[in-house]
Every structure is written in structure tokens, then in C-alpha cells.
Design a protein around this ligand. Structure first.
Ligand code: ADP
Length: 823
């Protein structure tokens, strides 16, 4: 019982009891036994939904109660705020909780005052690189979903970060939470931790395969689920669960919900559209009413096709869930599913990772997924399938959970039993020796002073999981030497005999959290622009407007960057130190204040700038440059795209910063075009094209637009810093960054930067003649109110943010505006 854990702070056990946690689950008790509340390191490898979070909480609370400080590392940014909210219930007992997201390059000093900090492994890595002092005070670190060290993209960061934290804090308690994996003992050995391993689950799980007209379960039983004439087993299984009669021992007689896992976003949406016709007839009138309200709420969040489709499904009791959804949409759907209002969710596997949405029945419809590197459909790992299946069964509601795979023929049924139901999950394997990972981490390890010589570097790498696992002697050393050579060639590090030092640019690259290859690409591109500026500027003016006539008004297509130098082409060469002062090292919290004055000064500069010389490099050129780095996930080319973007590529070649690969260099050319497609999305966004049009044009979700925009903002910010450091053009980069940040054209940059304004409102204000911050401070209030569609509160907020003396809208009517709209 929680009361019997003496290390727990006052009140915690009673609080847990209030939440219905009367007894520790057996794996939790085993973790306490192993010393998790006494500062001992523990690896807990237990099935999904068996209470790993509480193990972490017990460790963190007892560590903090002894005067320490705890860090909880989450695998996905989307989970960070969720965990923070979960831990905030401990604030009543004196534990402060903070979450560190956002801006990579800040040392987050304010987090020093928090007892428990939640962050992604990338963020923690970046905090270490930037030397955040409080990192040294950590006494307890939790790594959630530690089996993800196996992930080739993100695993190495978690692996190296844990290594650094342990080096910085000898005696640090590490609590690693893992799904059931094949080699938890190796993970425990790596972390010098006690292993708690268990198959225990709070609710029984039956796994089976549906084939023909029945499910065969692993316990030998069968359940008839006829597919009927429609021939859709998923629909039949969802319908069957909702019928509620699950064969005798069901005490709740509750309608059972279903989670359907599919392999792509498009399939998730298509599946939900079909399944809404299955859920709809099961709804009560009361539920219909509540679902209609929920659908309206979903439409409120955003006005896109995805939003509309989601709302129309939810109105009938079905939903879809994938990483392309806006986060508000995601949580509305998750909550409604837990409240048993939404009866069925069709999801991509992101839902299985970490979100607590148990369901009566889990249907794994797709067990293969397209894999580009593999070149076809590839079966998912046992570990992934088990994590999805583990979401079956709602404790206290269902007699047991059911997880069902689908087979079209009896051979597939037998294969699925072999492959997934009888099989043990794979072992996790370190991916650190992959070159991109090592490139990044070797530079960071040298730059942040963890290693001053090649042998110290190898010594550090020797404590990684990779080193624990590898039996191929010399491989790590070989790859490390290749990487060192690469870093030296690109002038990120210098070597003298055995000693290693990062160059000034190398330090910047590490602190900016860039893959060194990204930095090298950006530097090459900017140098190319510098060398070819004269010729390309002439090419651009000769060709007239270079922008797509469909999305750009020709007259504003080219305007000069802020800075107003006499020779516009020189504007880019102002010393970066003067121009970037507001971007250097501010913590996120201060940004708004620091920006205001700078932006005001720019407003005047803008007004003075001449409008006839083309900007070079152009926004598109810079968008393309950052889109072709390994730090940007590029959009895929779909059928027909190759022709379209080849054409665009030749039309706008003068803007691209580098030599276009020949069409015979197949792979490189294809990548060049994918980057161009991504750059065009960013350009559309920065040209104020509607979100809806963009999602349609590029076949992406609104969440994807946000993702690309945020990545571009980060990379352009990094490019701005690098340009400054290397005396390369700064201003065009900064302009391009601001245009993606706000999603507006040049002329709206200053207005859109006012808090509360945003891209749409800035455009409306501009249309009534309010073009600058100064205009906004002096404008006729009724004109402002009209431009803001009569929203008084919004208008007052905006006027206050822009520093207007008397922002009150009391008594102002949008009808009686002055004849002239100009202030
Ligand atoms: P995991 O992280 O292992 O997937 P969670 O930590 O999300 O699982 O726990 C799943 C659910 O079980 C949560 O709703 C949690 O509140 C509940 N839970 C955890 N421990 C106990 C317990 N000892 N008694 C009752 N419920 C518990």
C-alpha cells in the first residue's frame, strides 16, 4: 500500500488513495522493493497501461522530498504538456512543476526554481549544450519509453543525453520506463540499474485474429463475428463491440468502444468516415445532442477541411486521430473517447505511444506500413503491435480487453499468430553508430567540453548503450574517426595531435542544435548567394516579377528589406551584431518585450525603403535552402509532382541558392524537387494563402503546416546567426524568417508582430489604411473596430499591446466611422 512507503512525502499516499489507488500494482511494488523511492536506479520493463507513470512519480516525489530535483524526459513534444498537467496535482503539496518546450537555444534558467521539470530528450540535450546550471542539481531522471533508444532518428539523442547527465551528476538516480522488450537486462546493465520486469497487467488481455466470420483467441476460444454482405471486417468488429453482449461474463453490459489502428493519416480519415455509419445507430438522443455540441467546438478550433471532416464524424460518434491534427482537436477527441461519448477512433500508431486512451476492443487493421528505405510494405515490429494491443481493456469497466488482428485467408491468420501473438518483442539496439547521429553528438560532446581529446571522446562513447551492445571491435572508433574528419573539413572542429577543440562556428552550430550537415548546407548556400549576388540580382530584375502570379500581387512582389541602406543590394551586409541583438540569448519569456522597440524602428525603415530593386536572396531561395537540409522533413513528391516542380524549378532557378543538380543525378534531383515543394508550401504560407488552400494543394494536414513553419522558423533563425558570424547576408534571412513566423508578406511584418494581431487581422487593418504600429496608435477607433469585425475585447487588447494611451473601446461604434479611413 502507498502508506507503507516511508519515503513518500506527507499527504501523497492519502492523495493517491483519493484517486482510487488503494494498492500498488505488483510491478510498482517491485520497483519500491528495488529502491525506487530510496534513490536507486531502476529499469521498469512492463506492459502498456500497467502504471509506469506512478513508478516515476514515486521516485521523483521522494527524491525531491530529500531536497533534490527531478527531470522527466518525454519522447514527444505533444506529451510534455500532458505530463506536466498530470504532475501539477502535486503542486498542492509543495512541488513546483515546469515544462521546457519551444526555443532550442535558451538555457531555461527559470527552470532552476522548479522541483520537477518535464522536457523532451532534444530539449534536455540542448540545455546541456547551452550549459544550464541547474542541470548539475538533478538527483533523479526519468526516461519515459526508453525502448525508443532503438529509434534511428531520435534514439541516439536519448542515449547520449542520459550518458551526459550521468557524467555530470555522479550518483544520479535513473528511472527508465520501458515497454516489454527482448533485452531489458541489457538496458539495465547499461544504466547500472535494478531490473523490474513483469508481464502483469491490470486487466486481462485476449489477443486474437479475425478471419472469415469469427475471431480466434489465444486462449483457444472463438467468437462469431460475421462480416455479412458488406465484406468489411472492421465495421463488423466495431458493431459487434457496441452490441455489448460479449459472451456471458460481461458484468457491465456496457457498450464497448473500439480503437482501430491503421497505417496512414489518409486511411485514418477514410476509416472514420466509414465507421461513423456503424456508430451512429448506437447513439442515444442525449449522446447525439452532446456530440453535436462537440462537433461545433471542433469546427471552432479551425476552419479547415480536416476540421470539418472530423466534426462530421464526431457528430455521429466516430473520430480519427493522427499527428497531423491540431493539438486541441487531439485532446477533444481523446477526452470524448474516455468519456465514452465517441465510440470509435481510427488512429495511426502515435496514439498508442503514450496517450492514455484504453478501449474495450483494439483492432489492428494494418500490420504493415510503407517504408521508403525498405522499398515497400514492411511488417511492424512486435513491440509496436503489442503497444497498440495493450490499449485494450478499460480497468473497472470491461471484464477483459480484446485485441484483434485481421486476416484475409487462413495462411495469414497463422502467420499473424506466429509473428505477433506468440512472439516476444524484439531486443532494442542502439543506433548511435549511424553517421548522422554521431556527427551531431560528437560535435556537441567536444563543444560542450565533455571531451578534449580523441581518447576522452572514445571513453565517453564507451559508456553508451552502443558500446554495451557491440561486439564488432573497432567499429565505433572507425565511424568516430570518419565523423571527426568530416567536422574538421567543414571547420567545425580543429585537431592538433590528440586534442580536439570546437571552432567558434562549431560552438554556434552545437548550441543552435543543428545537425552539422544542416549547418554546412546553409553556410554553402549563403556563400553561394554572396558570390553570385550581382549576377542573380540582374537575372531577377531582367525576368520581372519572379513570383507565382496566382499567389502574389505583382506590384508588391519585390520590396527591399529593412535597413534602408543607400545601395539596397548592400542592405544584406550590415553587421549582424547590430541587427541580431534582439535575437541573441533571450529567454522565450522576454521575447515580446524585446521585440517591440526593434519592430517599431523597423516600421519606419520599411516606410523609407525603396520598392524597385529585387531582394536577393529571395524568400523562396532561403525557404528552399533550409528545406533541403537533413533537419527538415521534406514533402514527398506525388505522381505528377515531378513534372510540376521540374517546371517551377527551371522558372525560378535564379532564386535557388546553389547549382540545380542535373536531371540525370536522379536521387539528388528528386531531393532538390522535394525541397522545392516544401519551400513552395512555406512561400504560400508567407504569401497569406489560406490554410485550407494549402492543405489541399500539398495534400497535408493543418498540423503539418505548423510543423513545417516551426522548423523553417528555427532553421532560418539559425541561418541568421550563422550569417552574422560569417559576415554573410543577414537581413534577407531575417525577413524570410519573420515572414514564415507570421505567415505574411513584407508589408504586414510590423503589424503582424503586434501581439493579438496575426496574419488575417493584419491584412484587414492594412486594407483600411493602417499600415504601421504608429498608424495603429493613432487610428480612428471605429475604423479599427470595423476592421476587426466589431470585436471590442480583441480591439482593446491589440491597442493596449501596441502601447496606445487610451485603448478603451467604450462608446465606440463601428458604424459611425469617419469618412476617411486614414488616421
Ligand atoms: P503506462 O504508463 O504503464 O502505460 P499509466 O501509468 O498510464 O500506464 O497507467 C494507466 C492507468 O492506471 C492510469 O489511469 C493510472 O491512474 C492507473 N493506475 C496506475 N497505478 C494504479 C494503481 N496502483 N491502482 C489503480 N490504478 C492505477
Amino acid at each position: 500500500q502507498p502508506e507503507e512507503v516511508p519515503e513518500l512525502p506527507e499527504g501523497v499516499a492519502a492523495h493517491l488513495r483519493g484517486e482510487g489507488i488503494e494498492e500498488l500494482y505488483p510491478p510498482q511494488a517491485a520497483a519500491v522493493e528495488a529502491g525506487v523511492t530510496r534513490g536507486e536506479s531502476v529499469v521498469a520493463s512492463v506492459p502498456t497501461a500497467s502504471g509506469k507513470t506512478l513508478v516515476a512519480e514515486l521516485a521523483m516525489l521522494s527524491s525531491v522530498a530529500r531536497g533534490g530535483k527531478a527531470l522527466y524526459i518525454v519522447p514527444l513534444r505533444a506529451l510534455a504538456s500532458e505530463k506536466k498537467t498530470e504532475f501539477e496535482r502535486w503542486e498542492a503539496y509543495g512541488f513546483d512543476v515546469g515544462v521546457s518546450t519551444g526555443n532550442y537555444e535558451s538555457d531555461g534558467e527559470w527552470l532552476a526554481s522548479r522541483d520537477i521539470v518535464v522536457a523532451t530528450s532534444e530539449k534536455v540535450d540542448s540545455l546541456v549544450r547551452n550549459g544550464a546550471a541547474w542541470i548539475d542539481e538533478l538527483t533523479c531522471v526519468v526516461a519515459d519509453e526508453v525502448h525508443l533508444v532503438d529509434d534511428s532518428h531520435r534514439g541516439p539523442t536519448l542515449e547520449v543525453t542520459l550518458g551526459k547527465l550521468r557524467t555530470l551528476n555522479p550518483g544520479l538516480q535513473v528511472v527508465a520506463l520501458s515497454a516489454t522488450v527482448g533485452n531489458a537486462d541489457v538496458v539495465a546493465e547499461w544504466l547500472d540499474a535494478e531490473l523490474v520486469q513483469s508481464d502483469w497487467r491490470p486487466i486481462d488481455l485476449r489477443m486474437g485474429v479475425h478471419y472469415g466470420n469469427a475471431i480466434s483467441f489465444d486462449d483457444g476460444t472463438q467468437r462469431e463475428v460475421p462480416v455479412g454482405s458488406g465484406g468489411r471486417p472492421t465495421a463488423a468488429l466495431v458493431d459487434d463491440a457496441l452490441d455489448g453482449d460479449s459472451g456471458g461474463d460481461d458484468k457491465t453490459d456496457d457498450q464497448g468502444s473500439s480503437l482501430v489502428f491503421v497505417n496512414s493519416r489518409r486511411n485514418a480519415e477514410a476509416s472514420a468516415k466509414r465507421l461513423r455509419d456503424v456508430t451512429e445507430p448506437h447513439l442515444t438522443d442525449d449522446e447525439r445532442g452532446r456530440l453535436a455540441e462537440l462537433a461545433a467546438e471542433i469546427r471552432e478550433v479551425s476552419d479547415t477541411d480536416t476540421s470539418d471532416t472530423l466534426a462530421s464524424c464526431v457528430a455521429k460518434g466516430a473520430a480519427f486521430h493522427h499527428a497531423g491534427l491540431a493539438s486541441e482537436h487531439r485532446s477533444l477527441v481523446e477526452d470524448a473517447f474516455r468519456d465514452r461519448l465517441v465510440k470509435c477512433i481510427s488512429a495511426t500508431p502515435t496514439l498508442a505511444a503514450g496517450v492514455n486512451t484504453p478501449s474495450r476492443r483494439v483492432i489492428v487493421r494494418d500490420w504493415r506500413r510503407y517504408d521508403g528505405e525498405f522499398g515497400g510494405m514492411k511488417p511492424l515490429d512486435v513491440l509496436e503491435i503489442h503497444q497498440m494491443m495493450g490499449r485494450a481493456g478499460r480497468p473497472g469497466l470491461d471484464p477483459y480487453g480484446e485485441a484483434v488482428l485481421l486476416a484475409k485467408d487462413s495462411e495469414t491468420r497463422d502467420e499473424l499468430f506466429e509473428r505477433y501473438i506468440w512472439a516476444d518483442p524484439e531486443p532494442v539496439r542502439s543506433k548511435l553508430a549511424a553517421e548522422p547521429a554521431l556527427r551531431t553528438h560528437v560535435l556537441a560532446t567536444v563543444a560542450s567540453g565533455f571531451a578534449h581529446t580523441r581518447s576522452e571522446l572514445l571513453e565517453f562513447l564507451d559508456q553508451t548503450l552502443y558500446a554495451t551492445q557491440t561486439d564488432e571491435s573497432g567499429r565505433l572508433e572507425r565511424v568516430t574517426d570518419d565523423v571527426l574528419a568530416y567536422l574538421e573539413r567543414n571547420e567545425f572542429i580543429e585537431r592538433e595531435d590528440d586534442s580536439l577543440t570546437a571552432t567558434s562556428v562549431g560552438h554556434t552550430v552545437s548550441r543552435l542544435y543543428l545537425d552539422p550537415m544542416t549547418a554546412a548546407e546553409i553556410i554553402d548556400g549563403l556563400e553561394w548567394a554572396d558570390a553570385n549576388r550581382g549576377e542573380m540580382t540582374r537575372a531577377l530584375s531582367g525576368a520581372g516579377s519572379t513570383s507565382d502570379p496566382a499567389t502574389t500581387r505583382a506590384s508588391d512582389a519585390t520590396s527591399t528589406p529593412a535597413g534602408a541602406a543607400t545601395d539596397p543590394a548592400d542592405a544584406g551586409f550590415q553587421r549582424a551584431s547590430e541587427l541580431t541583438s534582439d535575437a541573441s540569448g533571450n529567454d522565450a519569456a522576454d521575447d515580446d518585450a524585446a521585440d517591440d522597440d526593434a519592430a517599431d524602428a523597423e516600421a519606419d525603415a520599411d516606410a523609407a525603403a525603396s520598392a524597385d530593386a529585387p531582394t536577393y536572396p529571395t524568400a523562396l531561395g532561403l525557404f528552399h535552402l533550409v528545406s533541403r537540409t537533413p533537419d527538415m522533413y521534406q514533402l514527398y513528391l506525388k505522381s505528377g509532382d515531378r513534372e510540376t516542380y521540374t517546371e517551377i524549378c527551371y522558372e525560378r532557378e535564379a532564386e535557388l541558392l546553389g547549382r540545380t543538380p542535373s536531371e540525370y543525378e536522379d536521387v539528388r534531383f528528386e531531393e532538390w524537387l522535394s525541397a522545392l515543394k516544401t519551400a513552395r508550401l512555406l512561400e504560400d504560407w508567407a504569401d497569406e494563402v489560406d490554410e485550407d488552400r494549402i492543405t489541399e494543394r500539398y495534400g497535408v494536414g493543418p498540423g503539418d503546416i505548423r510543423g513545417k513553419v516551426e522548423t523553417a522558423e528555427w532553421l532560418l533563425g539559425a541561418a541568421e546567426r550563422l550569417a552574422g558570424e560569417l559576415d554573410l547576408p543577414v537581413v534577407p534571412v531575417r525577413e524570410a524568417k519573420k515572414r514564415v513566423e507570421y505567415g505574411v508578406r513584407d508589408e504586414l511584418l510590423t503589424l503582424a508582430g503586434v501581439r493579438g494581431v496575426g496574419r488575417k487581422r493584419a491584412r484587414r487593418l492594412y486594407e483600411v489604411g493602417i499600415e504601421t504600429r504608429a498608424d495603429l496608435r493613432e487610428a480612428d477607433k471605429s475604423v479599427v473596430l470595423r476592421a476587426l469585425r466589431g470585436r471590442r475585447k480583441t480591439a482593446e487588447g491589440i491597442l493596449e499591446n501596441v502601447g496606445r494611451q487610451d485603448p478603451s473601446m467604450e462608446g465606440v461604434s463601428k458604424a459611425d466611422s469617419a469618412a476617411t479611413s486614414r488616421p
